[in-house]
Design a protein around this ligand. Sequence first.
Ligand code: HEM
Length: 372
Amino acid sequence: LRSQHPLHWGTLFKYPGWYVTGYEEALTILKDTRFKNRIPLPETSKKYEQLKNIQNNMLLFKNEPDHKRLRLLVSNVFTPRIVESYRPYIQKTVNDLLQQVQNKKTMDVVSDFAFPLASLIIAKILGIPQEEQYQFREWAASLIPTIDFTRSRKALINGNIMIIVLQDYFKELIKKCKRSPEEGLINQLINEEQQGDRLTDEEILATCILLVIAGHETTVNLISNSILALLNHPRQLMELKGKPWLIESAVEEFLRYESPTQMTARIASEDIEIKQTTIKKGDQIYILLGAANRDPRKFKNAHLLDITRNPNHHLAFGYGAHFCLGAPLARLEAQLAIQTLLDRADNLKLAAPEPQWRKLIGFRALNELPIT
Ligand code: HEM
């Protein structure tokens, strides 16, 4: 498909649309704000009103000029400098989690390591009290299927319930933060002001929930997929172990090679011509980031893992106006997690013959990854 029809009209999912698998085509569309983001629920579904209302206030589903305004306010409190200040806490959490499994015969990278790591970090950043952080993990986990393209009725009903739970939880937390301001992202979001403009309570609420959804599973998957990629490429595993300075380029390659977010979507706001193809106003566009990241017209030996690949302009975090706000955090967590695991384990091996991928379309996610 990618070599012959990098921009292809099809009906792979419930809704017909353009399937974009080529790198250049994906980049062109992501750069062009005439292709709008939209909430993934059909406009008519009254049943999931709560879920829809929250999603409507999320940065990810806003378009200009609302997006720019909200992005400015949120990005001012979620800067790379703030993320860097969490480095010691992330390192300590990585060490503690690995300490806990030290005497176990096998460890599941997903549930013993990556999952608790990502949830503890995002909970810490949001200022969730420690005793509530594990409960928080459960909630976060049930939200991902609601934004995947395969979402079933059951996933939506579950997600709708979880959104109500999370919404009540964050409403209380926001109230508490207003009464007794403490350190943490929520307080910063409450106090952030740009030219007299502030976030509304609904926007603070939706931002907290978005950070939980967008920042949780994706990071779990990046860490787990990276470890699996290394186990399948033992020479590169040894190289990374011996040359720890390669960790940054290695993580970029894992992002490209097994992109945790495989797909995003847009809708055309007018007729737009892309490479002699007219995309009509109202057409849906499915951008397959994982496919674009393996486009041989862009990447040499695109199907091979190369932890030294340079340059590596992958689209794993998207591109343009909606470029992932959490990229610095995801990169830092993955770098510290993978490097520390490699440092501590001498002879990492898979403990199951073939790890299974979850049946999701928008995300590349392992069910479990047992290692010894
Ligand atoms: C947006 C991927 C981690 C927060 C995005 C987009 C992608 C992405 C592809 C753009 C979607 C689009 O254009 O439609 C990833 C991956 C991650 C990751 C692969 C981990 C490996 C995080 C983390 C956070 C986060 C840790 C925050 C804690 C966001 C937010 C947006 C976003 C807020 C929306 C930005 C906007 O619309 O302006 N992410 N993400 N992400 N991501 Fe991430």
